[in-house]
Design a protein. Sequence first.
Length: 379
Amino acid sequence: MSQADDVERIFVQCTPGLEDAIEAEARVLGRAHQVPGGAVVEGAAGLHAQAALVLRLAERILLRLSESSIRSWAEVEAGLRRVSLAGVAEPGAPVVVEATLRMAGAPAMGVLPGLLERLWGRDVQRASGEDREGRAVRLVLRVVDGTASLSADVGGTLLHRRGWRQEVSRAPLRETLAAGVLALAGHSSEVPVWDPVCGSGTLVIEAALVARGVAPGLGRSFAAEMWPVAAEADWAGRRERLRAGVRPRAPAAIVGSDLNAGALGTARRNARRAGVLEDLRLERLDVAAVNPGALAPGLLVGNLPYGVRVGARGGLDAFDAVLARALTGPFRTWRRALLVDDPARLARAGGRTPDRVHRLLNGGIPVVLGLWEGTPGPP
């Protein structure tokens, strides 16, 4: 169970359904191939730091400390005894371990920390739930299908927490999923974007950050910045180079509209914290009133309201019908991307059957993304 010092291997976790997109995004960093739930990437030393700073779709980044094929639990123990934690944890410092053990002879979860303490000579605590706020290094042990891997969690807190979204609307969308929706929709920074149900602004803010070239990790810190190898990864230098590449303004219009004045207020405050308020046009409009006017055809994108997130389902049929009129009328020449809870709603809200469909998760809730190409000519 070893890894060459001058080569890093990371697992980049994403929302299920975004594996193709995360693989494509990760290719700028090194050799990447998708696996269920994400992509594995190999590159030069410091890869984990660059990935944390620039990957928009990543929910989590795990730096592989060791990985090998195994046939028995005895082999797992032998490998763990040899593994070095020197790069991620100071000598004697406690670590937190979350584990998935699926093999004959594996110990019960309750006794695993004690076993690891004897192997490593340091305090080992069992990870509990989603508590990631502690300062202890978080390790991930996975023994499944004849393979054992030990990784260190680069981010600490999950990576969708960019640092700017401190308020949400009633139907929040994770920043990472918003980035995934834009990627799957073929978003280009050079064409307009319109979200007619923008809520707290996640989609339009993410679109503005992409258009400006603002790396998603610039506004937050990462657990790996406290590791012994942090200086070698040169976090400060990487941030400086990324800031130097930021555009002064988004090159095309980005519009967010919503009928809810409170949601628009939240969107403005979130956009101000993200540094892109001046790149957005935020308007209080009913869906029936949205119209691109003189804007060149671009991308219309929206996370539509749905019952499980906003209460009763009553009224959604009427909402979908009104939206469909806008999409098959004023926005007919635009590409469209709609996120909904029920596949049956796609044709109803989009005005016709979508050209492509992707099944995703939004905070654990199954959703579907419908994509439509623009139709040339007048409605």
